[in-house]
Write a protein that binds this ligand. Structure first.
Ligand code: BG6
Length: 465
């Protein structure tokens, strides 16, 4: 009997740009995914051969590991294309027959489709022998509204038990996001100085240079708060702030992360103008499939507090946006100063594009002086070619983790629900207070109001000097 990694949405962007290159990398590096046949499901009329030729170009362009005809031939031999309308429940008898004739009885299903199709696919798979014992990988968004997402979740969990559902947050597959735990918990110099007594503030920034590109239709309903904050940034925030999970892996980590989200200061306790700034890049409303009157934010900056013993009094500043002139993400931990005449110690965890850790501290200026200056230690993990080659991409890592059943690499539903509720409350409070959607120009670091937000509290966004 054999195993299949089945992709619904086989002719979509995600499959071409991320999944096939990730599976190809796995094939070259000898990862677990090699045991799986790759069954790609789409509505378009391709033969397997035509599909493999299409896949070749995408793999050549996007795979991390070098392309070669022979490596691709070995990979492509495992790919089959199965044409069907996956929204039609009657079409699944044919799919069952297809699996049966190939002796496939162990499954991973990847739903690389819009969330409105999740329910019908899951319910139709329920009739295929052994399919509900397989695993399902879901891509966000998990619905358009929280209510939507909850209803959908119920439908899915009626077919696949919760431990079979793997909700991808691709940030959890990034090298330095995983590394945050190691940096925090394996170094006494950080472990023992990781709370508001020593740390003045934490900043998490995720800048993108691109706009919404071809995803205006989706993005205009999501906005930065749901597209980036509720998932990726809250994952990182909660890893930075959580207590050490006792087992270090699995649901224990999710539980610790969830406690952080529950400890976020309730919306409404602080004035919303001291909490949130929303912005939209100039020209956004002219983007394809975007409402010309759109009030959707492409930028968000926040001043949040985690009201627990560890973090009481240290703000978490978070910001993300599109068209900010660079693609850059980092976590900046600023330590309190012993005296006002010395600079802050700063630890920067660089998540992308450079991966590494940067530490700034005070030393005496060289020479016969008592003046103080800042020393900078910069460890660049991704600067070595060897490291780059050996570092799997997020999707590659997550597919492997799903095969191995490592659930801690994925989001748990209650984390999503809690984060989602929180960002919706923030968004509603902003609207209710009649606060403006600030406009900002392409290539800037966002609206001035985000600078002012921190300045009002004597802080500023970190810039490497
Ligand atoms: C996705 C968002 O989850 O993450 C996109 O939907 C965003 O809008 C992307 O561009 C950013 O991912 P990365 O890996 O390029 O930082």
């Amino acid at each position: 009997m054999s195993k299949a990694f089945t992709i619904f949405g086989g002719t979509g962007d995600l499959t071409f740009r991320k999944l096939l290159p990730a599976l190809y990398n796995g094939s070259v590096s000898g990862a677990e995914s090699l045991d799986y046949e790759i069954v790609v499901i789409g509505r378009r009329d391709y033969t397997a051969e035509q599909y493999r030729e299409l896949a070749r170009d995408w793999v050549r362009q996007f795979a991390r590991l070098p392309y070669s005809d022979s490596a691709f031939a070995r990979f492509a031999a495992r790919i089959d294309y199965y044409r069907m309308d996956f929204t039609d429940p009657t079409a699944y008898a044919g799919l069952e027959n297809y699996f049966r004739t190939r002796g496939i009885d162990e499954f991973i299903f990847y739903f690389a489709v819009a969330p409105r199709f999740f329910g019908v696919i899951a319910e139709s798979l329920a009739g295929i022998s052994n399919a509900p014992n397989g695993k399902v990988i879901l891509e966000k968004p998990f619905g358009e509204t929280l209510e939507d997402a909850k209803a959908l979740n119920k439908r899915l969990e009626a077919i696949f038990t919760p431990e079979r559902i793997y909700r991808i947050d691709h940030y959890l597959g990034k090298e330095m996001v995983r590394n945050i735990e190691t940096i925090r918990f394996s170094n006494p110099i950080f472990t023992n100085l990781w709370d508001a007594r020593f740390i003045e503030s934490v900043q998490i920034s995720a800048f993108e240079d691109v706009g919404v590109e071809s995803r205006g239709g989706y993005y205009d309903h999501a906005g930065a708060m749901k597209d980036m904050v509720q998932n990726h940034l809250f994952q990182i925030l909660s890893i930075v702030a959580m207590e050490r999970p006792s087992e270090y892996i699995g649901s224990d980590m999710h539980t610790e992360q969830l406690k952080v989200l529950h400890a976020l200061r309730p919306v409404g306790q602080d004035p919303i103008q001291d909490t949130l700034v929303l912005g939209q890049y100039e020209g956004y409303r002219q983007e394809k499939l975007v409402d010309p009157q759109s009030q959707t934010e492409t930028y968000a900056a926040m001043r949040l507090f985690i009201d627990n013993d560890r973090w009481r009094g240290a703000p978490f500043y978070i910001r993300t946006g599109k068209k900010l002139g660079a693609r850059e993400m980092n976590v900046v931990v600023t330590y309190r100063r012993p005296r006002p005449d010395v600079a802050h110690n700063v630890l920067v965890i660089r998540i992308q594009p450079t991966e590494g850790v940067y530490l700034q501290f005070n030393i005496q200026k060289p020479g016969d002086t008592t003046e103080i200056t800042q020393a900078k230690m910069d460890f660049c993990q991704s600067c070595s070619l060897e490291n780059r080659i050996n570092t799997p991409e997020a999707y590659e890592r997550l597919i492997g983790a799903c095969i191995r059943g490592e659930r801690f690499w994925f989001s748990r539903w209650d984390q999503i629900e809690t984060g989602w509720q929180y960002v919706e409350q923030l968004r509603q409070a902003y609207q209710k207070a009649g606060l403006p959607m600030h406009s900002y120009a392409d290539g800037t670091s966002g609206p001035q109001a985000a600078e002012d937000l921190l300045a009002r509290f004597g802080h500023s966004w970190f810039r490497e000097g």
